[in-house]
Design a protein around this ligand. Structure first.
Ligand code: ZN
Length: 283
């Protein structure tokens, strides 16, 4: 499994850091953010550093409760700030999201990621870390009842990975090579006037080793492979061509594609609109 590195999610450098050893690591502690599942690691880091006055984001790792994407926090051996008095023995992992009663807030993908991270920690230690919820060591409701009971049950995985839907008769499989969505969970390609996680290509930020512009171009090239008439002087992106800078022309193309694929028509190129271009059959 992939861990989105600090560089990839645009972390601020830590004010300071203290490191421990695998010998001193004895526990793996689950947390939740108790806030919106769309919060980005950078927003959590800003909150921890500016409002709490901590040296860095408090957790060692974070996991999106919806997509299951894993983000590097302080990492394996840097001492965190997630449970007073237990930061040296415990690796703190935060599931980004809240616990609403009677709903499964933590997706199967997020559960698989959490379990994978736990097993990876055991592998690196060469021994078994004690699985804990924050409430086992502090007066808190964290990590919420859903995660806590799952932790205590030993992280059972019940859901199987969702099989790819069968293409309808007469359709062709998606052309080209599938590219994974390059932005962090909850981010999207969208206008420059949007928040930090609206990636326009205007500022040439780097994600997974390439610029946002290069990635946005890949998406439009893929639409071309799917038969969309894309490029300068063509039906779509006619004025500026496929320049990788999100503006009204990409907006119109995204909306048309979302209509065609019966996706949410929000004009933004997030994980669903990205993935549909690479994985959905051409109908
Ligand atoms: Zn906690």
């Amino acid at each position: 499994m992939d861990i989105i590195s600090r560089a990839e999610w645009g972390a601020r450098p830590p004010e300071s850091r203290d490191v421990t050893t695998w010998t001193k690591r004895t526990a793996f502690m689950g947390h939740y953010s108790a806030a919106s599942a769309t919060q980005t690691p950078r927003q959590i880091q800003d909150f921890h550093m500016r409002k709490r006055g901590w040296a860095d984001i408090g957790y060692n790792f974070l996991i999106s409760s919806t997509s299951g994407v894993i983000f590097e926090g302080r990492g394996w051996l840097t001492i965190g700030a997630h449970c007073a008095g237990h930061n040296t023995p415990a690796i703190g992992v935060c599931v980004i999201g809240a616990d609403k009663p009677d709903v499964q807030d933590v997706s199967d993908a997020a559960r698989r990621s959490f379990k994978w991270l736990y097993e990876e920690a055991n592998r690196r230690k060469g021994g078994k870390l004690t699985l804990l919820g924050h409430r086992d060591r502090g007066a808190t409701a964290c990590p919420g009842d859903e995660i806590y009971s799952w932790l205590k049950a030993g992280l059972p995985i019940v859901g199987q990975p969702t099989p790819a839907p069968k293409p309808p008769a007469g359709s062709k499989p998606a052309p080209g090579t599938s590219l994974a969505f390059p932005l962090p969970a909850g981010w999207y390609f969208g206008p420059a006037s949007g928040p930090d996680y609206s990636v326009s290509g205007l500022y040439e930020r780097y994600f997974r080793g390439r610029t946002d512009r290069a990635w946005l171009k890949e998406w439009a090239i893929q639409l071309g492979r799917r038969g969309w008439n894309v490029g300068k002087g063509r039906r779509w992106l006619s004025q500026h061509g496929n320049d990788g800078i999100y503006g009204p022309e990409y907006r119109a193309l995204a909306l048309a594609f979302q209509r065609d694929q019966r996706l949410r028509q929000d004009t933004l190129i997030g994980v669903n609109t990205w993935t549909a271009a690479f994985n959905n059959p051409v109908t």
